[in-house]
Design a protein around this ligand. Structure first.
Ligand SMILES: Nc1nc2c(ncn2[C@@H]2O[C@H](COP(=O)(O)OP(=O)(O)OP(=O)(O)O)[C@@H](O)[C@H]2O)c(=O)[nH]1
Ligand SMILES: [Mg+2]
Length: 384
């Protein structure tokens, strides 16, 4: 038996966890120690963990403890991520502004401390200036944009530079080429990629689970500085999400996901404006101006669509929510668990009613029993 060592969880599956041990450069199959299982604190891909009961011959160990996380995203369920690269294809599947904006909003909500980076892939298929104009749109809004092609190798150097020394999540709809980009950077990975069966190229969810890959070894082929070459790059390949899996903000939060609308909001004379229908709203006026920028028009469509969805979800929640009685009460700053109605002491009013019943001689004894029985479960007066 050896001393404790630190490892990085690269994959989680039904039978346990795959953990990389940097010190020895080996990958181990691990189980979580019973106490961690009991605490139900799940271990995520990207977690740094302390290992015990190490058996390097059998490549097995036990996860003793999970170190504190610097960040956590719930979809994909990954810890300690430094940055997110959202991959979208310019063709096959056809470029879709709403999809792109939905992914951006999702990751702005998931990881508010990191600005998502946009990677427009399949540029070998793009006619003319389409890719450049898309890059201008998003750069103008403050996002970093990479134009790439896993097929021809365009932009691979810039992508490798970006990944170097960091833990990155590659996310995007199915079929846009996330796994292909990783294969291009590190051919030994040999990740399964989809087959484009038709010109629409709709993805078929070839990647089904999030997994972290180390992609340095082949960086020698790329023109990087010596420090960038030595820095470890970990990249999580993830499955494409369905539209319903992407996070939708609360109605009052939607505007904050669109920097160009935030810029205009101060000139709007309505304080709680949704910028959808209000007459005289500055944002609407700006969007409807004849010489307005096509960027604003397209992005506004995404804003309006997300806002509509958000309001629908909000209204549905309001219509279906029911009031739940609190299970605790606060007495002078102390939180006291509330007993269920039938275990609570009867209120003074109930006691009084009981005395009146007992004293009255002409009542029917059956009525008393019934009334007292009803009282027991009647919570209405117990908190007086
Ligand atoms: N022309 C062209 N085809 C590409 C490019 N990148 C990927 N493809 C093709 O697109 C298809 C889908 O690629 P994948 O890498 O499987 O896409 P993915 O994003 O990993 O898809 P999921 O795993 O389903 O989420 C494959 O047939 C690739 O060969 C590219 O830059 N240019
Ligand atoms: Mg894939």
């Amino acid at each position: 038996m050896c001393a404790l060592k630190l490892g990085l969880v690269t994959r989680s599956h039904a039978g346990g966890y795959v953990v990389f041990l940097p010190e020895d450069g080996v990958t181990l199959n691990c189980q979580a120690r019973g106490r961690i299982k009991k605490e139900r604190s799940s271990i995520l891909v990207g977690d740094r963990v302390e290992l015990g009961e190490l058996d390097l011959n059998r490549k097995e160990a036990v996860i003793i403890r999970c170190l504190e996380r610097s960040s956590q995203s719930s979809r994909p369920n990954i810890a300690n991520v430094d940055q997110v690269v959202i991959v979208q294809a310019i063709a096959q599947p056809e470029w879709n502004q709403l999809w792109c904006d939905r992914y951006i909003v999702h990751f702005q909500l998931e990881m508010p401390d990191t600005m998502p980076i946009l990677c427009i892939n399949k540029c070998d298929l793009a006619p003319g200036d389409q890719a450049l104009s898309l890059r201008n749109i998003y750069e103008e809004l403050g996002y970093r944009v990479l134009l790439c092609s896993a097929a021809s190798g365009i932009g691979m150097n810039e992508l490798a530079e970006l990944l170097s020394g960091r833990i990155t999540v590659l996310a995007g709809p199915s079929g846009v080429g996330k796994s292909s980009l990783l294969n291009r950077l590190e051919p030994d990975l040999n990740l399964k990629t989809g087959i484009m069966e038709n010109e629409f190229g709709v993805g078929r969810h070839t990647t089904t689970a999030s997994e972290l890959y180390q992609i340095n070894p082949h960086f020698e082929n790329l023109m990087l500085s010596s420090t960038q070459k030595s820095d470890v790059a970990w990249v999580a390949d993830t499955p494409g999400f369905n539209l319903s899996e992407l996070r939708c903000p609360e109605p009052q939060e939607v505007m904050w996901q669109f920097p160009e609308i935030v810029k205009l909001k101060d000139s709007c004379r309505f304080s709680n404006c949704t910028h959808l229908v209000e007459e005289g709203c500055v944002v609407l006026e700006e969007v409807n101006r004849e010489d307005t920028s096509p960027v604003l028009v397209e992005r506004y469509k995404s804003y309006a669509s997300i806002m509509e969805q958000s309001k629908e979800a909000y209204d549905e929640r309001r219509a279906t929510s029911t009031k739940i009685e609190s299970t605790t009460k606060i007495d002078g700053g102390t939180v006291i668990p509330k007993l269920k109605g039938k275990y609570r002491a009867a209120s003074r009013r109930k006691e009084k009613q009981r005395v009146i019943y007992d004293l009255s001689s002409d009542h029917d004894s059956d009525d008393i029993e019934d009334d007292n029985y009803e009282d027991e479960d009647d919570d209405e007066f117990t908190d007086e």
